[in-house]
Write a protein that binds this ligand. Structure first.
Ligand SMILES: [Zn+2]
Length: 67
């Protein structure tokens, strides 16, 4: 019998650093490390912040003195 090991897994690359890595169990997924995952997460999070209006000082001046 053949003792040849055939791996059906295709080598994947980390979408962040493009490093060849094996598919990890979630939450890491296709990332090579949690660090790259956070980078990807912060990337689209930053885009959300970009479109949103930056906080202005008058936003914090809403608290009036409660009598
Ligand atoms: Zn990576």
């Amino acid at each position: 019998m053949d003792n040849k090991i055939t791996t059906n897994k295709e080598p994947i690359h980390c979408p962040i650093c493009n490093k060849p890595t094996e598919y990890s169990t979630p939450p890491i997924g296709t990332f090579c490390s949690t660090r790259c995952q956070m980078v990807d997460l912060s990337k689209w999070l930053n885009e959300e912040y970009v479109v949103s209006e930056p906080l202005q000082p008058h936003h914090f001046e809403d608290s009036e003195d409660q009598g």
